[in-house]
Ligand binder design. Structure first.
Ligand SMILES: [Zn+2]
Length: 189
């Protein structure tokens, strides 16, 4: 994956959204992230119940060979999805999960935007302070690459007029737009 600065990522994300929205780009404040994934990026987007042992993992982008453990008809099943398929945990379809659902979809699509080759499958997980993590889990959760992916996910989700406000806040608080969104992801983004 190529590495960019936060500002470059914001610019790339905004450029992509402008192309997707076309003539509506000036007026639209809220990005239809599912529409962007399905109609513009042309990626399959599915909802499944993830198997219990995935715990905090709520999103997945397939590399075409890594199996995903899901529950189908009440039974645990291993399923290999076609490369670039985005799979989202089914419980995020609930209305009150709209913020987490949108952020998870944008995070997974950001993996594709930042690295079109999708060489390896990747999960989106949330930090759960009650849980004991392995070293591997920690490195996945807090890797520099995942931080950049989160930043692109945020750029795909909200318009630059809003990110400008966030940049203003960020100047004082030294936090990324993604962090602001993550903090507010239980509300409606
Ligand atoms: Zn990720």
């Amino acid at each position: 994956m190529s590495f960019f600065t936060y500002d470059e990522i914001d610019e790339l994300g905004e450029g992509l959204i402008r192309q997707y929205l076309g003539p509506n780009a000036e007026r639209a404040r809220r990005v239809d992230i599912e529409g962007l994934v399905r109609n513009y990026l042309k990626l399959p987007l599915l909802y499944c119940s993830f198997a219990e042992h995935y715990m905090a993992k709520i999103g997945f982008i397939a590399d075409g060979f890594t199996p995903l453990h899901i529950v189908e008809n009440g039974k645990p099943t291993e399923r290999v999805f076609a490369k670039e398929t985005i799979v989202i945990e089914n419980c995020l379809r609930q209305k009150h999960e709209s913020g987490r659902r949108r952020f998870t979809i944008s995070h997974e699509s950001a993996h594709y935007v930042m690295d079109r080759t999708v060489q390896y499958a990747s999960f989106h997980r949330e930090f759960d302070r009650e849980r004991v993590y392995s070293l591997e889990d920690f490195s996945g959760l807090f890797s520099f690459e995942e931080t950049l992916i989160d930043q692109m996910g945020a750029a795909l989700l909200i318009r630059s007029n809003l990110t400008a406000d966030m940049k203003h806040c960020r100047g004082y608080a030294k936090i990324s737009s993604a962090a602001v969104i993550l903090r507010h992801s239980r509300r409606s983004i």
